[in-house]
Design a protein around this ligand. Structure first.
Ligand code: HEM
Length: 133
């Protein structure tokens, strides 16, 4: 066979789970979300939103969701984004603050900026389900 019909090894490196791997897999994502919740709780712009939240449940669901979004094996089991947030009256500025806090947590855990941007691009289309004000 010619080289043209052989799959290039470099191509097979771009597996579906490569983003998941760049986040350090299940363990890496778990650590990032734990750090994210600490940053969020210390962020006066949006810490109040967590006042009545079940933070342990939120953390567990975020870990599932990010695992799935990055191509990992988890299956998100929580509410859809519209149902989860519709009573909160969230604004664009709340969404942006949360995205910044997530970036802080990803940065802290050494996630490459290209991988960070790939996740943020997957979260961006959720904004119109989450922001209602
Ligand atoms: C892309 C952005 C966001 C994602 C991916 C996301 C994800 C989630 C998930 C997975 C849940 C759990 C749903 C369930 O209970 O079944 C949740 C709940 C919640 N989210 Fe978000 N969220 C986002 C934006 C925001 C923003 C901007 C705020 C406020 C600043 C916020 C505040 C909350 C709160 C307070 C809860 C409820 C926790 C509770 O009642 O126990 N979220 N979110």
């Amino acid at each position: 066979q010619t080289a043209m019909t052989n799959p290039a090894p470099a191509m097979s490196m771009e597996a579906n789970d490569s983003l998941f791997q760049q986040f350090g897999g299940k363990e890496g994502i778990s650590k990032i979300i734990d750090d994210f919740l600490v940053v969020w709780q210390a962020d006066p712009r949006i810490s109040g939103k967590l006042q009545e939240a079940d933070v342990d449940r939120l953390g567990a669901l975020l870990k599932e969701q990010i695992n799935q979004l990055t191509g990992g094996p988890a299956v998100y089991s929580g509410k859809d984004m519209k149902t989860a947030h519709e009573k909160m009256g969230l604004r664009n500025m709340d969404f942006n603050a949360l995205a910044e806090d997530l970036q802080t947590a990803m940065e802290k855990n050494g996630v490459a900026s290209r991988a960070q941007n790939k996740l943020l691009a997957k979260l961006a289309p959720m904004e119109h389900h989450i922001v209602t004000k």
